[in-house]
Design a protein around this ligand. Structure first.
Ligand code: IVH
Length: 674
């Protein structure tokens, strides 16, 4: 194919995607893939060196308008923003401006780039008279009636000396919460869910019946002006103040006088992005001073004085290769989608849990389907929805197995439970592997050097058949395995020996009883002192323990009723595993931390976090792993990250290591970190 042909083909292809995105609100490729196509076209047009026709997508903004709406002509065009995907592109943007202004003494304003759709609001004598979407930048769609249903947009502007004709520009968007609520009601009504808040906001604003728009909770942020705005204010910061004064919501912004600080702010913001209540897809950097903006000017479709520094896309489109069934430690069988690897939220993703059979059927994921996946912040990637095309309907729904895929034991579903389980118990190698991984984990027996792969091999080669056999390992066979050098073997031996007298709470947790997590294990240990007492405790004794309810009590009792479990405990004992008796120190009643929910975050110089946690517990405090509005105090060490930020946002009291040491009565000059 010649360059010319390729350029032609790309133009057609991109126009088609524009149509699907802007008119149908149903894109068939991800934003990231679209950006790749767009950039390829830009590069090829350059290489071709011919004049670029005005209808090439690279010269146009958005897409032609839908025939369903009355056109709305923009007297001053609505422009687009150039994108920067890396630091170099931002530096090049900065260099261009610095050269044009022959100086680098100016400020950049940095604003989040809202992922919604742009509208132009026309006010005459301070009254809203019309509202149009961006459309192709010159002509948009008249959505005045719909815009009037958005509570954030004033029908009448507040304040004085408002120009006779004033156009306000900004973004209509849908908050994450409204998006979720909308999709839930779509689901209940048997309607198709929206892929993301942007599509939902576009679909809701571009409704022919404004009553429907009114039901969808849309929001608005103002960030610019059109007609009447020129000469009225002198900078973007001044504009934000005015917009706020007129009655519009505006976003938080930051001002920087050099590009390095801008870039640093971008990096820090990237990790906080998911905490905003609405979706953003990057940050916009703009020259703050309007007279400097005028000096720098525009290129075809976008200003030279602004750039959008994009974040890694949180959504991606990929293909489900197969759905596998994973067997967990307690025998729960979970469907997992194995997908063609794709980058989403900045990491490569190739698996997503479908949670349970109900969820699998609700989403109706079939092998071979195209799916949208999403990974926001630290959230585990998930399949948002299937591309519901003809090909999907021709594929068969995933069959739910009736025997365990690992050991062929029958699958059971307990009454009232969503989960399906393998009935094979520890004769199921998958359950045994998971059980072993849990047993040796850090909060369990804390045995280092036993990764998932090694455990799997030990089980598959019959070196281990239950948790007790770890203390009776055939090291001479192990030594013949590839990758098992002398040092590894010695370390493993030492680590296993060192684990023989665990803290009782760790031991109880390591046993992997259903519903017995770390907290319950600790409560059991503190209340009953030895594992034999836990074994012998009757229901009443168990129910008297903090956090133990009927379900947990029943699960503990059934664990100790099982002959196989008792046999293993006996073998562990014979092989020298003796958990320490748990003695609870008398708790000072009036300690300031008594009963307080505390969260430790970051690293501490003079005390190990786990030791601090234990000592806080001894003082009657309740250490927890996550910050919520119920948290009383956050103790933040070095490099405290998102937990500290969350505490700040929630107004939770934050203290440092010094206060912690004082509470624990530790003189840090003598205390040494272990
Ligand atoms: S300024 C001439 N600021 O991004 C510059 N745009 O890709 C006009 N957007 O059409 C835009 N947040 O829909 C600006 N803080 C922000 C924005 C923003 C979102 C959208 C807007 C625009 C598109 C350009």
């Amino acid at each position: 194919m010649t360059i010319k042909d390729e350029v032609q083909a790309l133009r057609v292809q991109i126009k088609e995607h524009n149509y699907r995105y802007y008119i149908l609100n149903e894109p068939s490729i991800s934003d990231a893939d679209y950006d790749v196509l767009f950039r390829k076209l830009e590069a090829l047009e350059q290489r071709l060196g011919e004049p670029i026709p005005s209808d090439s997508p690279t010269e146009m903004v958005g897409a032609p308008i839908s025939q369903a709406f009355t056109p709305c002509e923009h007297i001053m065009s609505l422009l687009s923003l150039a994108n920067a995907f890396d630091t170099e592109e931002v530096q090049a943007f900065h260099q261009r401006i610095a050269e044009m202004l022959d100086s680098d003494d100016y400020d950049y304003i940095v604003e989040p780039k809202i992922d919604g759709l742009a509208v132009n609001l026309r006010y005459e004598s301070a009254v809203l008279v019309s509202a149009g979407t961006r459309g192709d930048g010159r002509v948009g769609e008249n959505v005045t009636d719909n815009v009037r249903t958005i509570a954030d947009i004033p029908w009448r502007l507040e304040g004085e000396n408002i120009p006779d004709v004033l156009e306000i520009r900004g973004e209509v968007y849908m908050s994450k919460a409204s998006f979720q609520a909308l999709n839930q009601s779509q689901d209940l009504a048997g309607e198709k869910p929206f892929a993301n808040p942007r599509n939902a906001s576009a679909g809701s604003l571009r409704q022919l019946d404004a009553r429907i728009t009114a039901q969808r909770k849309l929001s608005f942020f103002a960030y610019g002006v059109g007609m009447g705005g020129k000469g009225w204010v002198r900078s973007q910061t001044e504009l934000f103040e005015c917009l706020h004064g007129l009655g519009f919501p505006v976003q938080d912004y930051r001002l920087f006088s050099n590009i390095e600080d801008v870039l640093q702010y971008y990096e820090a913001f990237k990790t906080k992005r998911s905490e905003l209540p609405y979706d953003i897809d990057g940050l916009v950097f703009k020259l703050n001073d309007f007279s400097l903006q005028d000096e720098v000017g525009f290129v075809a479709r976008s200003p030279r004085w602004a750039i959008a520094h994009k974040f890694p896309a949180e959504e991606a489109l990929t293909t489900v290769e197969k759905v596998i069934w994973q067997v967990g430690r307690t025998g729960v069988i979970t469907p997992v989608a194995v997908m063609l690897p794709v980058s989403v939220g900045g990491v490569m993703v190739s698996r997503a849990t479908l949670h349970n059979t109900q969820e699998l059927q609700r989403k109706d994921v079939r092998e071979g389907d195209q799916v949208w996946i999403r990974r926001a912040g630290d959230v585990i990637p998930e399949i948002v929805r299937v591309v519901d095309d003809k090909a999907h309907l021709q594929r068969l729904p995933v069959a739910i197995p009736d025997v365990c895929p690992e050991c062929s034991a029958l699958i059971v579903q307990e009454e009232g439970q969503i989960a399906i389980r393998c009935s094979g118990g520890l004769s199921c190698p998958a359950q045994l592997k998971e059980r072993l991984s849990h047993f040796v984990s850090r909060h369990g027996m804390d045995i280092e050097g036993l990764g998932e792969k090694l455990i799997a091999r030990m089980v598959d080669e019959d070196l281990i058949h239950d948790i007790a056999s770890l203390y009776d390992l055939d090291f001479s066979t192990l030594a013949t395995w590839s990758g098992m050098g002398e040092k590894k073997i010695t370390n493993l031996q030492q680590s296993i020996t060192a684990s023989q007298h665990p803290d009782l709470a760790h031991f109880l947790y390591a046993l992997g009883m259903r519903h017995v997590g770390q907290t319950t294990a600790r409560n059991l240990a503190e209340a009953l002192g030895t594992w034999e007492h836990v074994r012998d405790a009757d229901e009443a004794a168990l129910l008297a323990i903090s956090d133990v309810g009927a379900e947990v009590a029943a699960s503990i009792q059934s664990f100790f009723k099982e002959a196989h479990n008792i046999e293993i405990l006996q073998r562990l004992c014979d092989l020298g595993v003796r958990p320490q008796t748990c003695v609870v120190k008398a708790r000072p009643k009036d300690h300031p931390l008594s009963g307080k929910r505390v969260v430790l975050t970051g690293s501490f110089e003079h005390i190990k976090r786990s030791d601090a946690q234990q000592q806080l517990r001894d003082l009657g405090a309740k250490p927890s792993g996550s910050v919520s509005k119920n948290t009383d105090i956050v103790i933040a060490g070095e490099k405290a990250g998102s937990k500290r930020e969350k505490a700040e946002a929630l107004g939770v009291k934050i203290v440092g290591e010094a206060e912690l040491l004082a509470w624990l009565d530790i003189n840090h000059k003598v205390a040494t970190k272990k």
